[in-house]
Design a protein around this ligand. Structure first.
Ligand code: URA
Length: 216
């Protein structure tokens, strides 16, 4: 499994603003959108392409387009929804499926409450978007949903990751999906999880900060 942690001044600057407790919900949403667009550029560098003929005003030439079927983007609700506009800016023709997975705050185990994925994902490239890679439980369940339906590869775009979560996903992929191509792209890799499963230093609850439910 390939793990990429961004190393770019723009991303570092925006991540710092995202962490700041004084950043308002509307600024937070804007920053998430911008960060996802920046991360998508790198994360999509292995998307399948095909050659096409294109006619310029001067001549015919050979060009490139994304191979069909286009990738399926899967935001993991609720916080992943805040990342959707940032990725569809660069992939306007991608289809979108939804997974609703919430964490049981006592057991920290993921619980699925919505699944709107196509039944057949044979050969498809999927892109999972979820801002926080904390314990890795949500991402592992999401990878299972995609690969059980036949997806060929999964690109995971997250904003912050904890080392514990990255390790849990790596182990899960090696144990359960050794033949699948999986990559994780992070804006930053943080220090640790605290004892209630929050990423430290982190940014708090991504869903609350996106949707203003913590009282912004
Ligand atoms: N989910 C969040 O929103 N924040 C964390 O720190 C961990 C999981």
């Amino acid at each position: 499994m390939e793990i990429t942690v961004a190393n770019h001044p723009l991303i570092a600057h925006k991540v710092t603003l995202l962490r700041d407790i004084n950043t308002t919900s509307s600024q937070f949403r804007q920053l998430v959108e911008e960060l996802v667009t920046l991360l998508t550029f790198e994360a999509t560098k292995s998307l399948a392409t095909e050659e096409i003929e294109v006619e310029t005003p001067l001549t015919k030439t050979t060009g490139t387009r994304l191979a069909k079927p286009t990738p399926l983007i899967i935001p993991i609700l609720r916080a992943g929804l805040g990342m959707l506009s940032g990725i569809t800016k660069l992939l306007p023709d991608a289809e979108v499926g939804f997974l609703g997975i919430k964490r049981n705050e006592e057991t920290l185990q993921p619980e699925t409450y919505a699944n709107r994925l196509p039944d057949d994902l044979t050969g498809r490239q999927v892109i999972l978007i979820d801002p926080m890679l904390a314990t890795g439980g949500t991402l592992n369940d999401s990878l299972d949903y995609a690969f059980e339906r036949g997806a060929r590869s999964a690109t995971c775009i997250c904003l912050l990751g904890a080392p514990e979560g990255v390790d849990a996903v790596s182990k899960h992929v090696v144990d359960k999906w050794p033949d699948k191509q999986v990559s994780i792209h992070l804006a930053a890799l943080d220090q640790k999880l605290n004892d209630i499963g929050y990423i430290v230093p982190g940014l708090g609850d991504a869903g609350d900060r996106l949707y203003g439910t913590s009282g912004d």
